[in-house]
Write a new protein. Sequence first.
Length: 420
Amino acid sequence: MRLTKTGGLFSVLLVTGGNLFGTVISAIALILFSRVMGPAEFGIFSAAFAAMQIGVRLSDLGLNTAAERTIARIQASSPSRVDRYLRVVLWLKLALIFLVILLGWFTAPYLAMTVLRMPSPDLLRLALATTVGTVFFEYTNIIFQGTQRFAMVAHITVAQAVGKLVFGLILIWQGALNAISATILYGLMPLVGALSAWKPSPLKHWSLPMAPQVELRGLLKVARWTAIAAISATFADNLDILMVQSFMSSYDTGLWAAAARIAAFASIIGWSSGVVLSNRVAGYGSRQHLHTYLSKSWKIALGAFFGLLLTIPLSGLAIYLTVGPEYLAATASLQILIIAAGLAAATTPFAALFYLFDRPQYYAYAGILSTGILLLGDYFTIPVWGLTGAAITRIVVRVAVLIFTLIYTRKAYVEFIHQR
């Protein structure tokens, strides 16, 4: 079964197209926000948004990956079990998000005033409270990605992005756009986008299933690893923003956040491919299928990396035309971040194999490796080299993860073939 003949390529294009369109709309919103707020206010918003993302991941604890992986394997043969798993995940997420918001409410004064040097703990509390929207959005993604309804994934992605732009324009028109209103908008629009796909409800029932022990064991078997992986990956994606805010100024945080957002736009193709490949490769069973996939993986990896490298000379122009000339000081950082994005995209096809190899611990190891290098690297490089130091640390992280992934892939591949 060739990947291009099983609907895999179409699914990649569908999800990539939806995410690309949604990312373009979100990027336009961020461009407007950054231009209106300026680097300092945009930096405060970016720090709050980074805290929101960490809160979202603490409310997940690896359940997203565990549920997607499980549902992708059973959705064709046991649709009734899929509904049970989804309801168990729903109630677990409700409990976790309640605990995160409660804990964040009481620790916000110390974190905001002492660690992040934010003017008030209220913005941090608001960011944690609005994690509800993103948590529900990701839960909806679990439903549609796990059952391979990729058109709905694209639908809700575009819907929440359009909501950010439309309501952002209203805030700008009313002169009400600031770090607080932007945080509310970015917290709640994912909820609106997800709700647009809930007619009819994808769940048969809302209650916790009777005797959910089997589902809990199945989820926790994977989540014990993916929890570490998810939290570590989110720290790796957002820790540098918080550390720039801690070591430098809100102005510098704004510059870094703008560069990171533009670089993130460049990496959307790699992320979208990973979503589809992870779900499809879980069903491969023969050596021939795996050999074909591996040969395509090298082509995808090299194409993604060198394709992104071609955009580096356009970094300064991209900043000037998007976030504006106030952010041109971040040009060098953006150029380095694009290289890091290319390395991350090159890693994606190989990382997807661990769904098939049943090695969820890979994601935990990679996440711990990323967070450890990022934490130590930023701690020593930001005070010396500023934003350039933070960008170089990103390169080191991506190279380390790519090398680790290739080594671990070879080891897992050999063991998988021997077991067959």
